[in-house]
Write a protein that binds this ligand. Structure first.
Ligand SMILES: [Ca+2]
Length: 471
């Protein structure tokens, strides 16, 4: 049975941190593309009102909300506490928008593009004073859509708006995402921060690659109070006017803001978008062996994580351990949950937002589990490769959305088999992601007596059951 059909992608696309290191690989970028200072309306005295029985922790603040005009467009933060209001009567350069936060109104000047801006309030720089983050659409058209990031920071009685535009981020991506093009082999190898990305791309032999660009489709998404940079690669070919966006190569990275307002782009996470249908239809039937419902997209709506097993189209009956041994494989995939307009039961997308193949063989020998943290779920995928006395263990914790992976923690550990310290460091990092509510989705491991271990309905297995055996 033909089992492995992945075309362009071999192995894991993990973000590329150095051996034994999981901290985000941050590059110093202190250039500010634009800085303006705006004056806020004087902040209203906050008057905490003590409730009867007076316990300090039970006091409530009585913000009476300032009413914004009915016209214009309004955009609320995810928690609804902050609103960005666009003044239809004003153009750029004349304070064309207002941030409303309780009784506080802050006039700002933002770029009003075709697509909606978004706003979040979070203490992004860790100085214990929250900032307002605005993702603004700078421009869009056929083949391009660009967003920039504004950070509105309290500065004495005033607020300062710092703007980092799409060109600023595109330059960082261009500097840090490099590639080798083998013209004869029509092959492109990618490097992120000088580390090879475990994936390569074949260029259509009829074309000659001129350059890979990042500035055309670049957005800033405000997720979980963090700005995330997300961009799609444009492939520029000789004698072709506009760049092409096939194959689909995307990158995501968290954006950090320092107390001085400077911005740094964290670990770059490049990935090729896999097309599910193309791979599955040639194989046969896909049978679900487990599913878990939880919010993996961090939008407040539960999604479904499915574990499936692939069989011949005419397969009937139970899947046995032998089936897994005999080249068995399947998928772990995330189906996006949506609430219908009538607010009835959540429905799940047919096409996966994210998927990953597993197999009981050294290539594809992966493990995956889900960990809920305060109503939000993270997926953790590990790969414990061992061969020739050497080990390469890796893990990645992430959430997904819009076809993208948002990697919050990752590490690759290369070590000799007789190096228990590095092995221990690896497992310590993995155990950081395991809590009592974690659920093992699939552990495929040819080196263990039970080559597969997975949860089934009514029998959720904690991932520690697997990792304890491997430590
Ligand atoms: Ca702050």
């Amino acid at each position: 049975m033909k089992r492995r059909l992945l075309i362009m992608i071999l192995g894991v696309l993990l973000s590329l941190t150095a051996c034994g290191q999981q901290e985000n690989n941050v590059q110093n970028e202190t250039q500010i593309t634009e800085e303006t200072t705006v004056t806020g309306t004087p902040e209203a005295e906050s008057t905490p009102e003590e409730t009867e029985g007076t316990v300090a922790s039970e006091t409530t603040q009585t913000w009476s909300e300032v009413t914004l005009p009915e016209d214009g467009e309004r955009y609320d933060s995810a928690d609804g506490s902050v609103t960005l209001w666009l003044d239809p009567g004003k153009a750029e350069g004349e304070e064309n928008a207002l941030i409303r936060d309780g009784e506080l109104l802050i006039p700002v000047d933002i770029t009003k593009g075709t697509y909606a801006p978004s706003i979040e309030k979070a203490d992004i720089d860790g100085d214990e004073v929250p900032e307002y983050l605005i993702s603004e659409c700078e421009g869009s058209g056929t083949g391009f859509c660009q967003y920039g990031l504004c950070v509105v920071k309290k500065d004495g009685e005033d607020y300062t708006l710092l703007r980092y535009d799409a060109a600023y981020f595109a330059e960082i991506l261009g500097d840090r995402l490099l590639y080798d093009y083998d013209k004869e082999a029509h092959r492109v190898d990618l490097y992120a921060d000088e580390e090879p990305v475990d994936a390569y791309i074949y260029i259509d032999p009829e074309y000659e690659l001129e350059d890979i660009i990042w500035q055309d489709i670049l957005s800033i998404r405000l997720l979980d109070g963090t700005p995330w940079l997300q961009a799609s690669a444009g492939f520029k070919y000789t004698d072709m006017g506009a760049p092409l966006y096939e194959p689909e190569l995307n990158v995501t990275a968290p954006v950090y803001v320092e107390p001085d307002g400077s911005v740094q782009v964290g670990t770059l996470r490049p990935f090729l978008v896999e097309h599910y249908d193309e791979t599955i239809e040639e194989i046969g039937k896909e049978t679900e062996i487990y599913h878990y419902d939880g919010d993996v997209t961090h939008d407040g709506i539960p999604d479904r994580i499915c574990v499936t097993y692939l069989t011949e189209a005419d397969f009937e009956g139970e899947i046995s351990e032998d089936d897994f041994y005999n080249g068995g494989m399947g998928y772990i995939k995330v189906l996006s949950g949506q609430t219908p307009e009538d607010n009835s039961e959540v429905i799940f997308s047919e096409d996966p937002l994210w998927m990953r193949e597993y197999a009981v063989a050294h290539v594809g020998n992966i493990q995956a589990f889900v960990t809920p943290v305060e109503d939000k779920c993270y997926l953790i995928v590990t790969d414990l490769y061992q061969g020739q006395g050497g080990c390469e263990y890796s893990y990645e914790a992430f959430f997904v959305g819009d076809g993208c992976v948002y990697s919050v923690d990752s590490g690759i550990y290369d070590f000799e088999e007789e190096d228990p310290d590095t092995k221990e460091q690896f497992f310590n990092m993995v155990y950081e992601w395991i809590n009592d509510d974690s659920v093992l989705l699939m552990a495929a491991d040819i080196d263990l007596e039970d080559a597969v271990l997975y949860s089934t309905e009514g029998n959720n297995i904690n991932p520690a059951v697997y990792y304890d055996q491997k430590q």
